[in-house]
Write a protein that binds this ligand. Structure first.
Ligand SMILES: Nc1nc2c(ncn2[C@@H]2O[C@H](COP(=O)(O)OP(=O)(O)OP(=O)(O)O)[C@@H](O)[C@H]2O)c(=O)[nH]1
Ligand SMILES: [Mg+2]
Length: 298
């Protein structure tokens, strides 16, 4: 399933037929999300004005989830949301300026990627406006692959990283996700926003859409709407640590049941950082996340 709009699901059938379908009653309450492999019955010709039915959702290889914040969830409080299914690469799109990069957000995406068993790729856009050294320095202890993008240079590096994979783009509003998709898939026709409107609650893209790249190997790229935060309330404290692979080894010396918060006087992570094995800011970020999970901080 590659797109959904008001209960109408767009589905792609090899080698290139696009059909419209609705949910069949037998699906019950199970949600169909972009990236899902589904079974379809009825008119699958792809002719205009036909409507098929989705009768089954196949088991998912991966599920990228985030916890929506209170504001988005309205009166229902926090709830988990599936962003996409079956992605094997999480492309964390961050602009180097306008809006400025936020490593706290990138850290959260790394945790989500680890938790969902999806490989992360850091994609730094607007390299024409600012340099990447500060952001890359912050992640220097990680084996985090990255690509730089700017309007006046080719996207060959990014395209290579996307080839043969199902990649989902996530990032704040205005970082240039749809701009990238339009460059990679010339007939994608994704709306592109004006940065001055960002922060005023305006998000240019409002739903996720999967698009096929014109590569020999089947490759898909999924554009998603900008998000303000990547809520991780659904991730266990252990998985949270594994999103910080530069810190994991440092916990070997910790006492049993150490929770690694600043309140644990014997936590070995402070010494690990002091010895230069990881960046102090990464430890602070990890502890901020631990605190936000415990509800001490939002
Ligand atoms: N200077 C510069 N501007 C860029 C670059 N990439 C995107 N932009 C501009 O940034 C603005 C926002 O781009 P979009 O592609 O709409 O951003 P988005 O991430 O899809 O935003 P949402 O759909 O709201 O999540 C547009 O005005 C783009 O022209 C870049 O590499 N350099
Ligand atoms: Mg967009």
């Amino acid at each position: 399933m590659i797109a959904v709009d008001r209960g109408r699901y767009t589905c792609f059938i090899d080698p290139g037929i696009t059909i419209t379908a609705m949910r069949a009653r037998e699906l019950g309450r199970r949600g169909v999300v972009v990236g899902d492999r589904v079974q379809i019955v009825g008119d699958v010709s792809g002719r205009p004005d036909t409507l098929a039915r989705i009768v089954r959702i196949e088991e998912r290889d991966s599920v990228l989830m985030r916890t929506a914040d209170d504001e988005e969830a309205g009166t229902e409080g926090r709830f988990e949301r599936v962003v996409v299914a079956n992605a094997d690469q999480l492309v964390i799109v961050s602009s180097l300026a306008d809006p400025p990069p936020r490593t706290g957000f990138i850290d959260r995406c790394l945790v989500a990627a680890y938790d969902a068993d999806i490989e992360p790729l850091l994609c730094l856009t607007k390299a024409d406006l600012a340099g990447p050294d500060a952001v890359l320095g912050y992640y220097s202890e990680l084996d985090l692959p990255h690509v730089l993008c700017r309007p006046d240079a080719s996207l060959d590096d990014l395209l290579r990283a996307l080839t043969g994979r199902i990649s989902v783009l996530v990032g704040h509003s205005g970082v240039g996700k749809s701009t990238l998709v339009n460059r990679l898939v010339p007939d994608a026709d994704r709306a592109v926003g004006v940065v001055s409107a960002i922060g005023k609650g305006r998000h240019t893209s409002t739903s996720a859409v999967a698009l096929r790249l014109a590569t020999d190997e089947p490759s898909w790229i999924i554009d998603t709407p900008g998000i303000r935060s990547f809520g991780l309330a659904h991730v266990s404290a252990d998985s949270l640590l594994h999103g910080f692979s530069d810190l994991v080894e440092g916990t070997v010396e910790c006492p049993p049941n150490c929770e690694h918060t600043g309140a644990d006087a014997d936590c070995a992570l402070d010494a690990w950082v002091a010895a230069g094995h990881a960046d102090q800011r990464r430890l602070r970020s990890y502890r901020r996340l631990l605190a936000s999970r415990a509800g001490d901080e939002v």
